[in-house]
Ligand binder design. Structure first.
Ligand SMILES: Cc1cc2nc3c(=O)[nH]c(=O)nc-3n(C[C@H](O)[C@H](O)[C@H](O)COP(=O)(O)O)c2cc1C
Length: 185
């Protein structure tokens, strides 16, 4: 796919079904992720790729985390969190693992992992798959980091749900660039 068209026509896919990208396709997706801009090449980004039965493991981790965060979970919340990993055939957890450096503060390293996330969405789109970035209860908190077995310096910055698009494609909004850009010349 033309590179500019891939960027300007990407949209998030709420409904995702099998098939998910193959191992070989995911190698390409992660190569794209690892070409995100990265000050001092600290390589803060880490990923967990989950599919098949791995989603049961994630589901259990979500429930354990939710119970620890909130002792009074409702039945509806328990069901929602249990089923969350099954909204797509594949989930990529985006993790930013802060590396101490005199010139690269935590925010820059989180932004770098954010760029890696966008590269993942674009690579999925170029390969014909859909994706959607989600956060919510299980991002940016130490309890989920603990249950995922992450280092103390690492945090979850999001979940990319991936697979084959289904359902209606939403209309991509047309933006008037002038509303967002000041040009100085
Ligand atoms: C950091 C980040 C976190 C997000 N978290 C959620 C989320 O938890 N739930 C959700 O419905 N959309 C979330 N979104 C938005 C969607 O991924 C998506 O970008 C949005 O629906 C707009 O669709 P588009 O990407 O097709 O323009 C998040 C986006 C970003 C960048």
């Amino acid at each position: 796919m033309d590179a500019i068209k891939n960027i300007t026509t990407r949209s998030s896919a709420r409904e995702l079904i099998e098939p998910h990208p193959s191992a070989q396709e995911m190698e390409t997706v992660f190569k794209a992720a690892l070409r995100a801009p990265d000050h001092a090449w600290l390589k803060p980004s880490r990923f967990i790729q989950i599919s098949g039965n791995g989603r049961n493991k994630l589901s259990q981790i979500f429930i354990k985390t939710a119970h620890e965060l909130n002792k009074e979970l409702t039945e509806t919340q328990i069901l929602k969190y249990t089923e969350a990993p099954f909204r797509a055939p594949m989930i990529i957890i985006l993790i930013s693992n802060y590396k101490e450096h005199p010139k690269v503060p935590p925010i820059e390293q989180i932004i770098s992992t954010g760029c890696a996330g966008q590269n993942i969405l674009l690579a999925l789109n170029a390969l014909g798959y859909g994706g959607m970035w989600r956060t919510g209860t299980f991002a940016f908190n130490e309890v989920i980091s603990k249950h995922l077995g992450l280092e103390k310096s690492a945090q979850v910055i999001g979940y990319i749900y991936a697979g084959t698009r289904t359902g209606k494609n939403k209309k991509i909004p047309i933006h008037d660039v002038k509303d967002y850009v000041d040009v100085w010349e």
